[in-house]
Design a protein around this ligand. Structure first.
Ligand code: FES
Ligand code: FES
Length: 170
């Protein structure tokens, strides 16, 4: 029997009826039309379904929609703002870290969750944060470079803000 859940996705409030066995990835893709979240293995192995749930990167194929009741989710659709692509998205494009793009949403969200928690990760920390995300195309090096570049651009931006004293997030 369906149950009503309430959740916030990309700063928008949703109230939706979900089946007990419905996964979060299926809710996002098929019920809410957010197809930026990809679905690969459905076993928690590939990371293509990664979203940020209450600040942590999770495989949305392993989360039941009901478990997201009352929680906050960020998907790839929520990263771009009126100012353009998120710095992590920009860095992936600029560093050639996207080829077929199937892994990119998950990679970018795992990278964002890492940088939110640790703005200056070293190579090992980046590799560890992305270890649950598989890519068939890039060989990973360009992805690691993109995450490092995004970290630098975010840090540069923070320094600018401090020096101008604007105190506002972009
Ligand atoms: S589809 Fe979720 S980890 Fe592969
Ligand atoms: S860019 Fe094709 S799977 Fe990663």
């Amino acid at each position: 029997m369906k149950r009503l859940i309430r959740l916030t996705i990309n700063d928008r409030f949703f109230e939706v009826a979900v089946e007990p066995n419905q996964t979060l990835v299926d809710l996002l893709r098929y019920q809410l039309g957010m197809t930026g979240t990809k679905k690969g293995c459905e076993l928690g192995d590939c990371g293509s379904c990664t979203v940020i749930l209450d600040g942590k990167a999770v495989n949305s194929c392993l989360v039941l929609a009901m478990q997201a009741d009352g929680r906050t989710i960020q998907t790839i659709e929520g990263l771009e703002t009126e100012n353009g692509l998120h710095p992590v998205q920009k860095a992936f494009v600029e560093k050639g870290a996207i080829q077929c793009g199937f892994c990119s949403s998950g990679m970018i969200l795992s990278a964002k969750a890492l940088l939110d928690e640790n703005p200056n990760p070293d190579d090992l920390q980046i590799r560890s944060a992305l270890s649950g995300n598989l890519c068939r195309c890039t060989g990973y090096q360009k992805i690691i470079e993109a995450v490092k570049s995004a970290a630098q651009s975010e840090n540069t931006r923070c320094t600018c803000q401090r020096s101008t004293g604007s105190g506002e997030n972009p």
